[in-house]
Design a protein around this ligand. Structure first.
Ligand code: FE
Ligand code: CA
Length: 530
């Protein structure tokens, strides 16, 4: 999903000439590119010289451990400023915020080959406990971060809270949502993609990207560093462990496996993908085992939270089939499904054969009360009006992969997967839906519940698409032009999702409100308004 719906890059004639016939609503817009280096934000210059200018983070909570992250970068927007030598960094974990009762400590080397980023795998901690941590090197100390382990495998937590975020185009506005999220009573943050946007700096935007479109490893590193200088984003990382999976913009808009939307030659695009995945790993609190090898990064994984939540994190970019019936560009567009026979081809895949098998086998033996799919996209079908008067679907989303979606839905039913809940992002608007096997059959029952988070800052879909969607009987709620996140509170009998919104992204001091709340009762698929 593109980051800005208001600035069409392709003009409408070029778009229509490609045969899509869609409104220029759901296609292919990006912000016009500025010359590299044209944008120089004044307000977000980090303090030069501080080793820990990018803050601290933790992630991948297990019952006995977490990953601690930082990156030494005294000149973060210009490659980091560290030089070639490895640097020893001391880390400490304490069970008090003042860091007096240290329970684990060690020293690791930060290497230039990995941008002096650290991914410390701490084990031997107690389950479902809050800990504090910090790093020190060259006589400087990092801020103190807070983290939390997962409940023990056999534990029966009475409650689990977490937030769901996606799509944080830095150029588009401020991260007040993260400042408010940092104060929530939650155990972790789930980030479902578009952590950065690859686009060139545009001086007309609220706070422009530095530099041109990101292509090289140096470009991506500087882009992550620019995002990570944001104090609200740093606060959300320092407050909770994160579980993150990228979507498309961490590499390039609408890419599919080794296919660039710009028809970049495969080998060249894979070099870009390798740089992008490496920078993603370097800036996320991922386990060292998740480090990329060339253009491949192992992202899909399972995390359990006692017997309450069995979470499957999916990767919907790296292994997918190309978008069906491509137009002038190879990314998504709106097509009339009756005019695109390729859409229904059962060989087309969203997850790839290996991940699909892993998900089927894992969910068939899921052990939690709630089985959660943390994935990137809106899963329910969104039929949208086209300029031609026809009805179309967006080929980059699950609507572009209907056979794969039906295989998954059939499996959830056949394997009696316990209480499936689908979480998504990408579409820059809130969506609350019934997942069904057949979206055209009004009598088809809900088989799972879906909550899609709106963007932290990225521009939303047009209101006309939301209004069309709201008329579909299985779509319970949708809202665009809102920014924020989902707050999920899970108990054995009831799942609750609050749609948390900020009142502006134009200023850094927005207020938070709950737009709407929905619940799902265990044993009864389908969200209900509260
Ligand atoms: Fe996005
Ligand atoms: Ca996306």
């Amino acid at each position: 999903m593109q980051n800005d719906w208001r600035d069409p890059r392709l003009d409408r004639r070029a778009f229509l000439a490609g045969g899509a016939g869609a409104l220029a609503l759901s296609g292919c817009q990006t912000a016009p590119a500025a010359e590299p280096g044209a944008a120089e934000p004044a307000a977000h210059r980090p303090k030069l010289g501080y080793l820990f200018a990018l803050g601290v983070a933790s992630g991948e909570p297990l019952p006995d451990g977490v990953v601690l992250w930082t990156r030494l970068a005294p000149d973060p927007l210009n490659g980091g400023g560290m030089g070639p030598a490895p640097v020893p960094v001391r880390w400490e974990v304490a069970d008090d915020e003042a860091m007096r009762r240290v329970v684990r400590r060690g020293t690791v080397l930060a290497h230039a080959a990995w941008a002096h980023a650290l991914h410390v795998e701490v084990r031997g901690l107690a389950p479902d406990r809050i800990y504090w941590y910090r790093f020190s090197a060259r006589g400087e100390a990092s801020p103190v971060g807070r983290t939390r382990t997962a409940p023990a495998p056999a534990a029966r937590p009475a409650r689990l809270g977490f937030a769901v975020a996606s799509c944080q185009d830095f150029q588009n506005g401020y991260y007040s949502a993260y400042r408010h999220m940092a104060r929530e009573d939650i155990a972790f943050v789930l980030h479902l993609g578009d952590y950065i946007y690859e686009y060139a700096g545009n001086p007309a935007r609220t706070r422009p990207h530095l530099g041109g479109e990101t292509v090289t490893l140096a470009d991506y590193r500087n882009r992550y560093a620019q995002y990570r200088t944001d104090p609200d984003l740093q606060a959300a990382h320092a407050a909770f462990p994160w579980l993150a999976v990228p979507d498309d913009h961490e590499v390039e808009n609408d890419y599919a496996d080794d296919q660039s939307e710009k028809r970049t030659p495969r080998a060249e695009f894979l070099r870009r993908r390798a740089a992008a995945y490496r920078a993603y790993y370097e800036h996320m609190p991922l386990r060292p085992a998740m480090a990329p090898r060339g253009a491949a990064i192992p992202l899909y994984r399972r995390r359990r939270f006692g017997t309450l939540v069995d979470l499957f994190l999916l990767d919907e970019r790296q292994y997918r089939s190309d978008q069906a019936c491509p137009g002038p560009r190879w990314g998504g567009q709106v097509v009339n499904p009756d005019k695109c026979a390729e859409l229904a081809d059962p060989r087309r895949t969203m997850l790839g054969a290996a991940q699909e098998r892993w998900l089927s086998q894992g969910t068939a033996r899921a052990t939690g009360r709630w089985t959660v799919l943390g994935q990137q996209l809106l899963m329910a079908s969104l039929i949208q009006p086209m300029q031609s008067g026809e009805l179309g679907v967006w080929t980059d989303g699950w609507d572009g992969y209907p056979a794969a979606r039906l295989r998954l839905a059939n499996h959830l039913v056949a394997a009696r997967v316990p209480n499936p809940v689908v979480l998504g992002g990408d579409i820059h608007s809130f969506w609350v839906t019934d997942i069904k096997r057949d979206y055209r059959d009004p009598r088809a029952p809900a088989i799972a519940s879906e909550f899609v988070a709106t963007s932290i800052t990225s521009s939303g879909v047009p209101q006309v698409i939301v209004e069309a969607g709201m008329k579909l009987p299985y779509i319970k709620f949708a809202a665009t032009r809102r920014h924020g996140y989902l707050r999920c509170t899970v108990t054995p009998r009831l799942w609750r999702t609050d749609l948390q919104t900020v009142d502006t992204i134009a200023r850094p001091d927005a207020r938070l409100a709950t737009l709407k709340s929905f619940v799902v009762e265990a044993g009864r698929p389908g969200p209900q308004p509260l």
